[in-house]
Design a protein around this ligand. Structure first.
Ligand code: HEM
Length: 152
């Protein structure tokens, strides 16, 4: 969310500060997800009793998102960035977009207030990301040299 917002409001101090702490924000989201899953496991009477719920269409997207979050949280540090090298690290962290869709579907399928909050939060996010991707494609196109026309 931060990248698209920053491309629209490049001079915003709040966004610059948030961007400085983006890794800690990501880890905070993971901690929320972890607590959420622990509460679920406790409420359902442990891991074994919860297993049957994983395939449920509402739970499955949340579970996939949670699985994606694990390597992302574990590699949200300078050590991993240094050892994985930036392109590999970046490729791994773009999986956050899949997790984002997982959570969106998870919230929508619950219906009621949860679905409303899902729409309120994710719609602006998807719109911003769409604008950001469009702008980036335009910039890339502008950088590519014009194709040379071959005449007979
Ligand atoms: C194994 C993975 C997951 C399971 C089993 C699970 C389970 C649940 C359950 C049972 C609810 C309904 C809670 C209620 O009505 O009281 C719920 C709601 C919700 N889930 Fe998940 N969830 C999982 C993953 C995630 C992840 C990764 C996120 C996002 C970080 C997430 C975000 C939410 C949100 C925002 C709600 C609605 C708010 C709430 O009622 O707590 N879930 N989930």
């Amino acid at each position: 969310m931060l990248n698209p917002l920053r491309s629209l409001f490049a001079t915003s101090k709040i966004l610059r500060t948030l961007n400085k702490h983006r890794r800690i924000l990501g880890v905070a989201i993971f901690n929320y997800a972890l607590l959420h899953v622990i509460c679920f496991l406790v409420k359902r009477g442990g891991i074994m009793a919860s297993l049957k719920w994983i395939k449920h269409p509402i739970i499955l997207p949340g579970f996939i998102a949670f699985l994606i979050f694990i390597p992302l949280a574990l590699t949200s540090n300078k050590f991993s960035l240094k050892h994985l090298k930036f392109p590999k690290w970046k490729k791994l962290h773009t999986k956050a977009y899949i997790a984002e869709w997982g959570i969106f579907i998870h919230m929508i399928l619950w219906g009621g207030d949860t679905a409303t909050y899902g729409l309120l939060f994710f719609m602006p996010l998807f719109i911003l990301q769409g604008i950001h991707r469009y702008k980036r494609k335009q910039q890339e196109k502008a950088k590519v040299p014009m194709a040379t026309t071959v005449t007979a």
